[in-house]
Design a protein around this ligand. Structure first.
Ligand code: BES
Ligand code: MN
Ligand code: ZN
Length: 469
């Protein structure tokens, strides 16, 4: 389903199956009285069709609160669906996105697969609002029931946006590219470990790259050996499934030399912990230990479609972390591609090992700025819970750019500290580094480990273990 944009002010004349209009609660007229739900649309016909239910006191425009009216008076639409954003004063694009998502889930559950949404006029510029509505709708359209035998395709058939100006059309294009790329990543994350092996991840990546016009190479063990990726190889050696080293390049024409963004992703297709094996409870979820890699693949897909004027390359390190007669052991010493030696004290701290080689290789391929994403530590969930991911930045300029991006995207990240003092926890007696720094500050010590391999290159590290699921 690709959303369409109709620049049309007369929403009342729209013969939609479901006409979606957003609402918010205005402040109470006097202290102590109830908040008053209002439409985020000035159209008089819409207002009069919704007037009775809004005045009834039965509907509050709280976030994700919905009400469906049949045969709304004076409208060509068959149904009018109101979706709330909460208090008018604090309504923003993030809430609009959620309200659009709630409306889509509600409609789909009732077999209603064709929606026309009226862009709210006052909340934000039309392009930003259109983008948020389209993102919310397409993200909500995604279903995880891919292996149910009685699966019925209930996905949206049509989404039309009404109102706004010509700029809103660009917002629709951006929102579509972003949300469909996120759904691409989510599909990969939900694939079980027996289906999505490193090899299959490589195949899926190659197909995606062919579809959107990206250059892509997928390597395996021989290439890792040739490059001297001893850390990555150490993790991969315990599995019968060969590893995959995926390299993607986005190279627009006529972009000045000098800056190449390198996106590096951890893609452990299943993390048993290896010889330092994890407890059975919840181990099934460790199929999502490739979510950092999936996020970067989604990002590359969106980049290919949106065509920013900057060179981007991506390095995805994929392996399975298994215990076996060939697995790496606690006490082993590995030599990373950079030459640094690492004493393994816990084979479950495998993500930083594959990333150590991935970050180094991305620099060798020409990355001048690095971002990595990884489901790296349980410790980040202890620190931040499930609503913000941890973000680390090597320098203030990189952080500023990243933080600006957060304002546009509405993503939840919280900046975490770096500091040489944390490396004390990772001193080995016989090698350059230990691969784990103990119980305290577990996400920070992992980040400091990675920093040893990012070196002097401006670098952002995203620990998404608490939010990826
Ligand atoms: N993949 C895990 C991190 C993880 C834990 C992701 C829970 C999602 C949910 C990672 O490879 C890991 O096992 N990290 C260890 C590091 C420790 C051994 C230093 C951890 O967090 O326990
Ligand atoms: Mn692990
Ligand atoms: Zn892991």
């Amino acid at each position: 389903m690709t959303p369409t944009f109709v620049h049309l002010q007369d929403a009342a004349a729209q013969p939609a199956e479901v006409l979606l209009v957003f609402a918010a609660d205005a402040a109470p007229s006097e202290p102590g009285s109830e908040p008053r739900p209002e439409l985020l649309a000035a159209d008089l016909a819409l207002r009069s069709a919704a007037a009775a239910v809004l005045a009834s006191g039965e509907y509050k425009a709280a976030q994700n609160e919905l009400v469906l009216l049949h045969a709304p008076a004076g409208l060509a639409a068959k149904r009018l669906l109101l979706s709330g954003l909460g208090k008018q004063g604090s309504a923003d694009l993030r809430k609009l996105r959620r309200a659009a998502g709630a409306a889509v889930r509600y409609s789909k559950a009732r077999g209603l697969r064709s929606l026309a949404a009226v862009l709210p006029e006052t909340l934000a510029p039309a392009a930003a609002a259109a983008r948020a509505v389209v993102e919310g709708a397409i993200l909500a359209d995604w279903d995880p029931d891919m292996y149910k035998s009685d699966r019925k395709d209930g996905s949206l058939e049509a989404l039309t946006l009404l109102g706004g100006d010509a700029a809103a059309e660009q917002g629709v294009r951006e929102g579509t590219a972003m949300a469909q790329s996120q759904n691409f990543a989510r599909t990969l994350v939900h694939e079980p470990g027996n289906v999505l092996t490193p090899t299959v991840l490589g195949e899926r990546t190659a197909a995606m790259c062919a579809e959107v016009g990206l250059a892509c190479e997928v390597y395996s063990t021989a290439k890792l050996e040739e490059l001297g990726m001893g850390a990555f190889l150490g993790v991969a050696q315990g599995s019968d499934e060969p590893p995959a080293l995926i390299v993607i390049r986005y190279e627009p024409e006529n972009v000045p030399e000098g800056v190449t963004l390198g996106l590096v992703g951890k893609a452990i297709t299943f993390d048993t912990g290896g010889i330092s094996i994890k407890p059975a409870d919840g181990m099934d979820k460790m199929k999502y230990d490739m979510a950092g890699g999936a996020a970067m693949l989604g990002a590359m897909r969106a980049i290919a479609l949106l065509k920013p004027e900057v060179r981007v390359l991506s390095v995805i390190c994929s392996a399975e972390n298994m215990p076996s007669g060939r697995a790496y052991r606690p006490g082993d010493v590995l030599r990373a591609m950079s030459g640094k030696t690492i004493e393994i004290i816990n084979t479950d701290a495998e993500g930083r090992l594959v990333l150590a080689d991935g970050l180094h290789y991305a620099k060798q391929l020409g990355a001048t700025h690095l971002i990595d994403a990884a489901t790296l530590t349980g410790a980040i969930s202890v620190a931040l819970g499930h609503h913000n991911a941890g973000a680390y930045a090597s320098d203030e300029e990189s952080w500023r750019k990243f933080a600006d991006g957060l304002l546009v995207s509405g993503e939840g990240f919280w900046r975490m500290p770096l500091g040489e003092e944390y490396l004390e926890q990772m001193r080995s007696q016989i090698a350059d580094l230990l691969n784990a720094g103990g119980r305290y500050g577990g996400s920070v010590t992992a980040a400091m480990f990675l920093k040893e391999f990012a070196g002097q290159t401006p670098w952002i590290h995203l620990d998404i273990a608490g939010t990826a699921w």
